[in-house]
Structure formats: C-alpha cells, structure tokens
Design a protein. Structure first.
Lengths: 224, 321
C-alpha cells in the first residue's frame, strides 16, 4: 500500500488545522489524547452513531500521521449516490463506500468483501455498527457485520469509541449545528476473545454497555 | 519590566502598567518557588499545583492580550468567553430536543449583547436580556408545541443566559464607561481591579480554609468551604483591595466597601455553581482548562461579582449618567 502523498498532506491540513479547531472551539467537542493508536499497526474503530459530527470528530481526534490509512465505512446510497459525491467523499473523508443491501452474490461489490479487501490492503476502518444515526443519546441495536469481519480476520484488534452530545449538536435531520459540549471516550484496543461472530458481538456489546454506564448521559428522573 | 510593559501597551495608564507588573511578578514568584521546591524535594507530588500554575499563566497572558492590545478585540474575547460559558452551562442542564431553536436564538443573543456594550448604548444593553430575551425565548419555545416540561426549559434558558451572558457582559460594559476627570485608568483599571480581586478572593478563601478551616459553612453544598476560609478571604481581599484601590476612581471608604462586596459575592457565585454541579452529579463542568476543570469552574465567582461590582461602581462614581 502506497501512501497517497497529496491526499495525506491535504487530510492533515484540513482536519488538524481547520476542522479540529472549529469543532473544539465552536462546536464544543472535548478531545482526549489517543496517540496510543499510533502504536497499533491496524485496527477497527467501532463507534456509536448519532450525528454526522461523529465521523468528523473521530477523524480529527486521530493522530494525523495515520489519518490517510483510516477509512470510515459509509453507505453508498447516501454518500455515493452520484459519481461526484462519491469522488468527493472518497477524497475528503477517505471513505470506503459500501452498499448496505448488497448480497454475497455481488462478488467484489459485496460489503463484506469490500471491507475485507481494505483490511488486506492495510487500511484501518471506522465502523458504525448501528447502521444509521439514531435518536440523540440512545444506542440502537448493533448489526453483526462487524463481528463477522473480526471473525474473518483473526488477530485484528478493535477499538470501541463512545461519543456523547454529538446528536444534540447536529441530530439526524438537523440543518444547523447547535454548539454543545460533547465528548469522545476511547476504549482499549482489544483482541476478540473468540472466532465465533456471536461471541465477538457479545463482547463488543458488553464493552459498550460498560461505557454507556460510565459516560452516558443520564436523563433526569421524572419528578412532577 | 514596567518600562518594557509601557512600551508594549503605550496607551495604558501608569497604574494599569504597575498592576500588570505586580500580577506577572506574583506569577513568576510562584513558578520559581514551585520550581525550587521540586528541585529540593523531588519526592513531593506537585503535578496538580504545576498544572494549575501553568493554566494560570495561559489564562493571565490571554487576559492581558485580550484586554490591553486592541479595544475591539477585548469585546470579541469577552463575548467568546460568554459563548464558552453559556455552551458549557447549558450542556450539563439537559435541554429537550424541541428547545433547539430557542437555544440557537439564545446563542444569537451573545453577539447582540456585546455589540450593544461596544456601541455604549446603555439603555438597550441593560434591558436586552432581562426584558427582550425574557419575552422572546418563551414565545419561541411554544411554537414547537411540545409542552412536556416546557416550564423547566423556559426557566432554565433564561437563567443560563442571565448568568453566562448578562452577568459576564458587565465586564465588557466596564470598558464602555465614559472617562472621568482625574481618573486615568478608566474601564480597564476597573476591569483589572475586579478580575484580580475576584481571583485573589478565591485563592485566599482556599488558603485560609486549608490552614485554619474547622467550621463548615454549607456542608451539603460544598464540603470544603469553611467559615474560617470565608472570613479570612473576606478580610484579606478587603485589605488587598485597599492597596490596589488606585485602579478605581473611588474614595477609600468606597474601595473598602466594594472589595468586601466582591469577596461576599465571589463566595456566593462559587457555592451557587457548586450546588448545580452537586445536583447534576458532576465534579467539573467540563475539562477545558487543565487543573481547573471547565470555564465555569474558574469564572463561577466572576459571574456574580461582575454585575454586583459594576452596578455599585456605576451608582457611586458615575451618577451623571
């Protein structure tokens, strides 16, 4: 895999010097140090999904030297419904576009095959197993694709990331960004305990429920 | 250093330059003491103190640059402080999804309020949030027709705006006060006096409480606050205020009165914000400032002392307006 020099420099420039300060000072994303990701050869970031800000915040948190080899997996029918849109998201967000409804028979266009190929090429991925952006501060059921991918690629580590507040800043269907303090919480890079997708899925779900317990926003109790 | 500072900020009065030198002097002394303590007793853990001092350096340098380099920049920086404070406070209060448009409007109130201060239109500035926003925000809230817990949103939104925007914007209007005859420091002198005394009061209350504190004052709100800390802080702040009274146009008895008042209101702001944090079950508002916590963990006292100080000085020294 060759480092795309132009794109790498460009991503560094826009994410580190443009997006990160804007997100930090205007939108209110509270960054944490995640330079430990530099020591990992390859990983899959698994995150909850409530807002378009999720992807941006994740990409701006990453150490900028590895930015070019981390691909957010995005829905082709949304980010790639026109050729231009696909080109733009591939260049600016470095996306790996997949078709959510593809089937095994589609060959190399099958979502799982596409992701496996990217992993084989040496890329790391960002996955939102919930599929689409849900209600703010609520996690919906995660789909098992990520577990199947991890089962298929033994030795690949995953990093759970839990974000809060993003859905309040820019919810699904929201037109403007409302500045709101939001935060990212990075878990440890973890090896799946088993090669059975069901067991891996349970492990991931356990990681997330621990993080929700620890960092999740608790609703006020009804007291009227 | 004084000469150098006079060269850097040629438009500032001698009193203001003297005060900046004193503040930088204190900071350098504290940093030096910390440095040598670390050299002599390497086993002592001073990380928290070091972080705090480092943050103090950054905050003070930003403050000095913001207030003394350019007039317009001062207003913009203070407006940005209000913005950060508002964002931080409302983020922990959990508004409803249907409050979004009202919240956006509240954000819009920040530049308007500071513009009114910048153009020195006192009449509009002083009623904009307590009257205009007070009527407008609930009206916008009802448009969504989601009445579940709307009372709470109405009350919280106005209160948050009052504390973080209306209260803090008094810092900006200090800069807009007209010149008084025979008083060369102007609004910047007053601003420096207020901010310095408020922060000194925080530190003094902490130090007195640490050394002498026995009788808890509000144990269910803030277990670390004691009567000894409060009274020790009140006395030291009043004495220090007396010595830096040259930054204000006030006569000595009034300097003493305003200094004591800064100590009392500073304490009040501190415990009010502590009570909110306790209610929400959080230790710090956010983690914007290393070693201190969030913006509001640092300016909690200031959000109370600013309006109190402004109106007292305005009443005593600017009666002709």
């Amino acid at each position: 895999m060759r480092k795309p020099f132009l794109q790498s420099a460009f991503l560094k420039l826009i994410y580190k010097y443009l997006c990160r300060p804007a997100l930090r000072y205007f939108v209110g994303v509270q960054y944490v140090d995640c330079s430990f990701l530099k020591d990992e050869e390859q990983f899959i970031i698994i995150a909850n999904h409530n807002s378009h800000l999720d992807t941006l915040s994740l990409l701006t948190s990453l150490p900028c030297d590895i930015l070019w080899k981390v691909k957010p997996v995005a829905a082709e029918d949304y980010f790639g419904n026109t050729k231009l849109k696909a080109k733009l998201s591939n260049f600016f967000i470095n996306t790996l576009l997949i078709n959510r409804h593809s089937k095994r028979e589609d060959g190399e266009n099958y979502a799982m095959n596409k992701m496996t190929k990217a992993i084989d090429d040496g890329y790391s991925l960002i996955l939102f197993p919930e599929g689409s952006r849900g209600e703010p501060e609520q996690m919906s059921k995660m789909k098992s694709g990520v577990a199947r991918l991890l089962a298929h690629k033994p030795g690949l580590k995953y990093v759970p990331v839990f974000m809060t507040g993003m859905g309040t800043s820019l919810p699904k269907g929201g037109l403007v960004i409302l500045p709101h303090n939001s935060s990212l919480h990075f878990g440890e890079p973890t090896l799946p305990e088993s090669s059975d997708p069901h067991v891996i899925m349970e492990q991931i779900e356990k990681d997330f429920s621990a993080m929700v317990q620890k960092y999740g926003i608790k609703e006020d109790e009804d007291d009227d | 250093m004084k000469k150098f500072l006079s060269m850097l900020f040629p438009s500032q009065s001698n009193e203001v330059i003297l005060m900046i030198s004193i503040i930088l002097g204190i900071l350098i002394t504290v940093s030096a003491v910390l440095f040598f303590t670390k050299k002599i007793f390497p086993e002592k853990n001073l990380t928290e103190l070091e972080n705090r001092t480092k943050s103090w350096w950054i905050m003070i340098l930003i403050f000095i640059c913001a207030i003394f380099i350019n007039n317009l920049a001062s207003y913009i920086c203070l407006a940005f402080l209000s913005f950060l404070a508002f964002r931080e406070l409302y983020s922990v209060l959990h508004f409803r999804q249907s409050d979004r448009s009202a919240l956006l409007l509240a954000f819009l109130a920040i530049p308007i309020q500071y513009t009114l201060a910048y153009i020195k239109w006192y009449g509009a500035y002083i009623i904009f949030i307590p009257v205009c926003m007070f009527l407008l925000l609930p009206s916008v809230l009802v448009i969504k027709q989601d009445t579940h817990r709307i009372t709470k949103s109405m009350a919280l939104l106005q209160w948050t705006l009052m504390l973080s925007v209306f209260g803090l914007s008094h810092l900006a209007f200090l800069l807009s006060l007209p010149d008084l005859e025979g008083f060369s420091s102007g609004g910047r002198g007053l601003l420096l006096f207020l901010v310095f005394l408020t922060e000194i009061n925080d530190i003094m209350q902490y130090l007195w409480g640490k050394t002498l504190g026995k009788h808890k004052i509000l144990p269910n709100v803030s277990p670390n606050k004691t009567w000894e800390g409060f009274i020790g802080g009140l006395i030291s702040t009043t004495i220090i205020g007396y010595f830096i009274g040259f930054l204000t146009p006030l006569q000595t008895p009034y300097v003493i009165l305003t200094s004591a008042m800064i100590a009392v209101f500073g304490f009040a702001g501190d415990v009010v914000l502590s009570a909110i944090k306790r209610d929400k079950g959080i230790k710090d508002m956010s983690d914007t400032i290393p070693g201190h916590g969030g913006i509001f963990d640092r300016i909690d006292s200031l959000s109370f002392t600013a309006p109190a100080f402004f109106h007292l000085v305005y009443y005593i020294a600017y009666p002709h307006l």
